[in-house]
Design a protein around this ligand. Structure first.
Ligand SMILES: Nc1ncnc2c1ncn2[C@@H]1O[C@H](COP(=O)(O)OP(=O)(O)OP(=O)(O)O)[C@@H](O)[C@H]1O
Ligand SMILES: O=P(O)(O)O[C@H]1[C@H](O)[C@@H](O)[C@H](OP(=O)(O)O)[C@@H](OP(=O)(O)O)[C@H]1O
Ligand SMILES: [Mg+2]
Ligand SMILES: [Mg+2]
Length: 349
């Protein structure tokens, strides 16, 4: 388990805005029911995530709003740290998940963002999209589906036959089955012909490539807030490309780049954002079905259609640091979380 960084602030600042949920927990460190005036958020994040997420603008605003961000020390028992109101984490090791589950059993009053078993759903590219396939949003301004895909566990030589039997249409995007935060799990390739598929390295998912005009919509979910941005994506593949290309091509993490396509001069048919009611409904449904509050959805609109959308990827605790205004949205989210817990406690719920 590799955690990183210590970001905490001195007590005694003037801009404290609320009584946090920790105030209600009986803890030897806060002297039982004596209110403390800060929301304490423990975080267990990789070095990379600390850098991208805990940017100075977030730290500054959190401090102003009375949120204390404290690094969890993985060399010490979790129970000896805190008390925390919230634990924020993105560490995929089994060891950490067990630590967190044991801790939550002892401290059900602490909000764990999010439960490890719910996050696990997104660490596999097959289970990740399973909930989407069950959605029926057709009456909400568009159709939302997933590309047809096939899971290959082993034996690369069997892939061409498996693809033919499943009736998948080339080209196919090959994606590592497991997403575990390593750069290898983001090494994707595009396969143009059936014979070359046996060069791939299972376990993987083979997904039909959907032409979408080279623009992708990243839909960020932070609690009940939804924000969408445009990103550049892979270009369309036409019949000429298909006939004149053979082999398997590795491609870079094109739509992950910080460069946004929001201000590019694009064909409006391609750049038009998905309708807000569709995104609201999608966000709400997925939040409930996945049991997660922090994630994003990669969505594309099929070229030549007005409202046929495909969800191709869902990421837990993604690069929120690239989302405009994330510092406001995230700190408000944390405060709202604590407020509703506080109100629930007051009403005896
Ligand atoms: N089925 C598809 N049809 C068309 N383009 C696709 C498809 N699947 C993936 N892509 C393109 O490849 C990119 C990477 O795919 P995907 O988002 O599944 O990978 P990832 O490594 O999980 O990405 P992230 O960095 O968002 O976690 C997408 O952003 C999109 O540009
Ligand atoms: O925000 P988008 O463009 O969707 O891409 C994210 C990936 O989906 C995440 O998996 C990355 O986070 P991790 O490297 O912690 O898995 C995340 O890394 P980051 O937080 O360092 O930016 C991003 O690469
Ligand atoms: Mg993606
Ligand atoms: Mg992803």
């Amino acid at each position: 388990m590799r955690l990183h960084g210590e970001v905490s602030f001195d007590e005694g600042e003037e801009e404290v805005v609320m009584v946090p949920a920790a105030a209600l927990s009986s803890s030897p460190l806060n002297g039982g029911a004596v209110p403390v005036t800060r929301l304490v958020v423990g975080y267990a994040l990789t070095k990379k995530k600390v850098k991208s997420f805990l940017q100075p603008k977030l730290l500054l605003l959190a401090r102003k709003k009375g949120i204390n961000l404290v690094a969890i020390d993985d060399t010490r028992p979790l129970a000896e740290q805190g008390p925390f109101d919230v634990i924020l984490h993105k560490i995929t090791s089994k060891e950490w998940q067990q630590v967190l589950e044991d801790y939550h059993e002892e401290h059900p009053e602490v909000t764990v963002l999010d439960p490890p078993n719910a996050i696990n759903h997104l660490n596999n590219r097959q289970s990740m999209l399973a909930e989407v396939s069950d959605l029926n949003l057709s009456s909400f301004y568009g159709e939302v589906c997933t590309p047809r895909q096939l899971v290959i566990m082993r034996d690369p030589s069997s892939i061409p036959t498996a693809v033919a039997m499943a009736g998948l249409t080339l080209p196919l995007v090959a994606k590592p089955l497991v997403v575990d935060g390593t750069s290898k799990s983001h090494e994707l390739s595009l396969a143009y012909d059936e014979a070359s598929l046996s060069m791939l390295d299972p376990p993987l998912v083979l997904q039909e490539f959907v032409n979408h005009g080279g623009i992708l919509f990243k839909v960020y979910i932070i609690g009940e807030t939804i924000q969408v941005v445009r990103r550049f994506s892979l270009p369309d593949v036409n019949t000429y490309d298909l006939l004149n290309n053979v082999g398997v091509y590795r491609f870079p993490r094109v739509s992950c780049a910080a460069a946004s396509a929001d201000h590019a001069d694009l064909d409006p048919h391609i750049s038009e954002l998905p309708p807000r009611p569709l995104l609201e409904k999608l966000g709400k449904e997925l939040r409930g079905r996945l049991g997660l509050r922090l994630f994003n959805i990669d969505m594309i609109r099929e070229l030549g259609t007005k409202d046929r959308y495909y969800i191709i990827d869902i990421n837990y605790f993604p690069g929120f640091g690239k989302m405009p205004g994330y510092e406001h949205i995230f700190t408000d989210f944390l405060l709202n979380l604590a407020q509703s817990k506080y109100k629930k406690c007051l009403s005896g719920g």
